[in-house]
Each structure stands twice: as C-alpha cells, then as structure tokens.
Ligand binder design. Structure first.
Ligand code: SF4
Ligand code: SF4
Length: 381
C-alpha cells in the first residue's frame, strides 16, 4: 500500500501482526468461554427457529423473527451446504458454488477498460457500490476457523492474485431505524443474501472470461481495509465504513482476482473530523463497546487487531449484548448522523454541511431528532 493518500483514518504500526479468523469474535463464540455461553447458543438457534416463548416486545415477536430469518435464508443455504465438509461458505470459507471457467482468456485494451467493464457488470447484476483495491496480504487472515475442530485450518488462496473488487450492498433505512430489534436484523440478512448472489455472479463472469476469481464475504480477509483502499468510504468511530451514498448502512463483499484492473484510491469527505466531535454512537451503544477517545492501538481483547492505531470496538462486549437480546444490534448505525436516505436532497445538503461545518451539522441532526428509534410496530403495515 502506498502513502500517496493520507486520509485513511487508521495507521499501521511497526508492531502490526496479521489477524487469524480463530480470534474473530464469532469464531470465539464457538470455542472461547469469554464469549461462548448458553445465551450465545440460543442467539444462533433463533436464526433457525423463532423464539416464540421469549418476549412479546414489539420487534422481537414471532412475526419479526419470521421476516428476519427469511432474509438470511439465501445466504444460509450457501453457508450450510458444505458444513459436512467443514466449510461455511461466505462466513468461514469463500463462496464455492462456481463452475470451471474458460481455458482461454479474453483480453482488455487496458486495466482501465477492464475496470470499467467489471464495474458496469457489477452494477447491472445488483451491486450498490463497487471499487477496486490492490491485493494486500496484510489483510488476509493467517488461517481460517474450522467449526469441526474448533481451531485453525489453512486459508488457501490461488497464486497470482493482484486486485480485489469490493462490493457494497446497502441496508434498508427504515428497518435499521427500528434497532435494536430482530426486525432490524432483516436489513443485515438481506444485505448478505443479496451479496451472495452478486458476488457469485461477478466471480463466475470473471471465470468465464478466463481469469481467477474468489468470491468472499466475511471469510478469508478483513473487508474494511480493502473497501477504504477501493475508495468506497471513510473509517469511523463506530468501527464501520461510512459512505456518501448510504452512510454506515452497508454490507461488504470482495472478489480476489488476477484480471489486471485499474485501482481506485482512498477518499475523504470529512468523516474523521466529524467523528472527532461526535459521540452519538459511543453514548447510544447499549454495551458501552465504542470508545470515546482518540484512535489508539489498545487491544480490549484478542479480537482486536495488533499494531493498528484506529477507533476500535470491543467485540466481546458487542457480541455478548447481541447474545443477550437474541439478535444482531444496529444501534450504532441507527444513531449515526450519517445514517440518512441520501435520495432526499435535504440529506445531501446535510452531507455537504457535515464536511464544511461539523458542529453546525451535528446541531442540525439534533434539531431534527435524528437517530430516534422507529417503533417496530409502526414499520409493519
Ligand atoms: S452493534 Fe450495538 S452493541 Fe455492538 S457496538 Fe454497535 S451499538 Fe454497540
Ligand atoms: S455516530 Fe458520530 S462518532 Fe459515531 S460513527 Fe457516526 S459520526 Fe462518527
């Protein structure tokens, strides 16, 4: 990674170490007593079987779980298809439902022409955002997590990969406004299900052109560093990517390839400065998992990266809250002032103000009552 663009909102230190997926908080919820519990087991089981005897609270009823679980259905099919072979496609292993590609390669006039072709195709097949980053081994997991062993297994990738196509799927705005709720988890599940289809389609297209293509969601590598290099958005205090198109409402996917592609560059539109003065996510996080200070390389536990100075979330606290409430939580997305529907011109105007005058933009967000929870029963017709 070059140093030509200074605005990455994180700094890789000399002490940096690559991350193992065994230390990811979701992997740890399978093997580490600090995260694994009866509550975490029940949390996972609710994705298969709605809780009918737990709470009658709006947003957590069988009706809400019925939709949330349906939204995960497509991505779950891919994840569960090869569990007998110790694979969870899209979460621990790359998506693998692909045919062999062509034996002869189609050439492009230039890397720029190839990038334009791939981006056009990505958008047509359903990607909301697409950018291209150089392949950088630092962000590739040193090993994958094996559910069968409860330990590590090799993170094999083909030789010769040069680029990473980063895909963003937006999450529904109104569903997210109901967080925390099982209903809000529908936005997460839909993001993954759509991501699965888009990633597989683009990867198969590249293979049909004669190139290597490995479609990946949460498996294989950290997504956010590639998304930043691909210019999709800026890194924020809540540990998420913030984009000008969807704010923090995005699921990320990536395709590793050897097709020569022109790369995008990191972007900056004022998020770092805004986050320095804003604590809405820190204040609202029910688990107190989001820092209120400056970026640092402090590790709360083994799920944090070693040797990267940045805002970091305490994944143990975050996941343990999810387990307690039996669904994933998007409160730090809901309350973020960037979480807006940017089809509305007034919100695009707010985005410009956030970049020019963060204090005024924060005050306007407060005046609007921005971030208030939409009652889940109001979401349903
Ligand atoms: S998802 Fe919820 S618990 Fe986790 S950091 Fe965000 S607000 Fe906190
Ligand atoms: S809520 Fe505020 S501090 Fe947190 S990520 Fe959003 S803009 Fe940054």
């Amino acid at each position: 990674m070059g140093n030509d663009h200074p605005h990455r909102n994180y700094e890789v230190l000399d002490t940096f170490e690559r991350f193992s997926q065994v230390d990811d908080v979701f992997s740890r919820s399978r093997w580490d007593p600090a995260v694994h519990s009866d509550a975490s087991e029940r949390f996972y089981s609710t994705y298969r079987r709605p809780l009918t005897d737990w709470r009658a609270a709006p947003g957590f009823t069988q009706h809400d779980y019925a939709l949330r679980n349906a939204s995960w259905h497509v991505t779950d099919i891919f994840a569960e298809m090869f569990e007998h072979a110790d694979r969870r496609d899209g979460f621990l292993d790359p998506l693998s439902m692909l045919r062999d590609g062509a034996s002869e390669r189609i050439g492009f006039e230039s890397p720029e022409a190839a990038a334009a072709d791939v981006k056009h195709v990505a958008q047509v097949v359903g990607a909301d955002l697409v950018g291209i980053a150089p392949y950088d081994e630092r962000w590739v997991y040193t090993e994958r997590f094996s559910v069968q062993d409860g330990g590590a297994k090799p993170n094999d990738l083909p030789d010769g990969l040069t680029s990473v196509i980063v895909i963003g799927q937006s999450m529904d705005h109104d569903l997210t406004r109901t967080a925390p709720s099982a209903l809000a988890g529908t936005a997460t599940g839909l993001g993954y299900s759509l991501d699965s289809v888009v990633l597989l389609t683009i990867a198969q297209y590249l293979r049909n052109l004669g190139y290597e293509a490995v479609p990946s969601m949460n498996d294989t590598a950290l997504a956010i560093p590639y998304a930043l290099e691909a210019g999709l958005g800026e890194y924020a205090r809540n540990g998420l990517l913030i984009t000008p198109e969807f704010g923090p409402r995005l699921r990320l996917g990536k395709i590793f390839t050897d097709l020569p592609l022109a790369r995008d560059h990191p972007t900056s539109f004022g998020v770092e400065r805004f986050c320095e003065g804003c604590r809405r996510c820190t204040e609202a996080c029910p688990a107190k998992a989001i820092p209120d200070g400056a970026p640092s390389d402090e590790r709360y536990n083994r799920s944090n990266l070693v040797g990267v100075r940045k805002w970091s979330v305490d994944g143990e606290k975050c996941f343990n809250y999810w387990a307690k409430v039996n669904t994933d939580c998007s409160v730090c997305i809901r309350v973020c002032p960037y979480n807006r529907d940017y089809r509305d011109p007034a919100n695009r105007e707010w985005l410009e103000l956030a970049s020019a005058d963060p204090e005024a933009a924060l005050a306007r967000a407060d005046d609007e009552g921005h971030g208030e929870r939409l009652l889940p029963r109001s979401w349903w017709p």
